[in-house]
Design a protein around this ligand. Sequence first.
Ligand SMILES: [Ca+2]
Length: 498
Amino acid sequence: MKKDLFLKSVSISAMLISVLLLHFSCNHSDSKMNAARKGERPPNILLITVDDLGWADLGCYGADLHETPNIDAFAETGQTFTHAYAAAAICTPTRAALLTGKSPARLNMTIWREAATNNQLDRKLIPPDVSSNLPLNEVTIAEALKEEGYVTAHLGKWHVGDGEHFPETQGFDINIGATVWGAPPTFFYPYRGEIYNSMRFVPGLEKDASGSYNFDREGEYLTDRLTDEAISIMERFREEPFFVNLSYYTVHTPIEGKKELVEYYQNKLAAGMSHQNAIYAAMVHGLDENIGRLMHKLDELKLADHTIVIFTSDNGGFINEWDGQKVTDNTPLRSGKGALYEGGIRVPTIIRWPSITSPNATSDYPITTQDFYPTLLEMANLKGDPAQVAAFDGISLMPVLKNPQADLKQRAIYWHYPHYYHTTNPVSAIRQGDWKLLEFLEDNHVELYNLNEDVGEKNNMEKTNPEKAKELLELLSEWRGEVDAPMPRLNPEYPINK
Ligand SMILES: [Ca+2]
């Protein structure tokens, strides 16, 4: 039959065309992969993590006392996330999630490293012993990028391991200023002294780039110095793809700012402002000046169009006192560092990659720390280590970077903190869509909030919407099982007779 023959030949041709197309697209994608290593340079990455920077601490996020003109200007050139979360409400777990793409509970790293082995025996629950070192068999983002020819540099706070788990063991060619501790003793040169009853220091910063000692740096400020070092690396490796993991110690304790900035904010302070700490304001300002210097340098080196910049924080603002003064305030969010209320986990996050993001873009899509690794892999057109990728808890943010209003599936984001802090008892939480549920592990009571209507988490809807509470509690419980989340146990000695 002619007609059948015709159809058959059409379908064979179609098949041939598809095979050819498939072949072309495979070759095309292969050549793109190869280009990442040979011809076309893969994008540079500047990943800036600020320590303890609160959601409301920046001008572009509504701060009243603090002035951050450089970060505000940077935000105007990229995409600002209004619902960005840290993987945890404290330092170490978030940093581990950033390096691995996995949730802290899956990594068994749920508290800062100094407290990972149980030291809380006087409360109703005994927290689990968890890991204080990021396991060496994790294939970190630095290892994935180094494998593909990136120069990888870590600068500043590390806090995910001892000397045998330092940046050099996790894929970083260069390590400047990492320590086992979560805070420097002081922000002023030579960065040595006592804090939290221990003698601390920040190694390596006594020397200049030339390798010689320089004792004429009196008055030098750590935030400025880390930026100097980052700039020197970007200048030196401007012809190569680089990954600069710039992890500022600021704005964590000790609360110390440069004298002239502290005076400026003391004069600016006014009743009714939500932020009332002039020294902290000076620290935020010092950070801002340095973000300005980095952006200026990227422009000067003509690298801005070719560099992905991610700016984020590792947990919410610290609302407790330092030197008798409250450090910051996360209003309108509830609570702060340590808590799984929004003030403890929602953080400023800005991403700029000029070929993908649009200037002045804003997204309210909820994202979290463990999304950066999968996102960077896709940006750099890399596949990554198959086992690592298969265990990712994060997702690539590329669709939402290309289109901030992208109608993405509502996924759930989970947190787990089976320990105590000034702001919290052991707690787990889930956010899905506008809904957020917290389960407090001492008595298993739950709180349910609709963040769209109630960003301050004041109106617990557990009783008025028990179906939603049940649904989220089931998801949370299933997730804890899936990641084998470390759980606290009842303290048989409680209450303690003192
Ligand atoms: Ca922190």
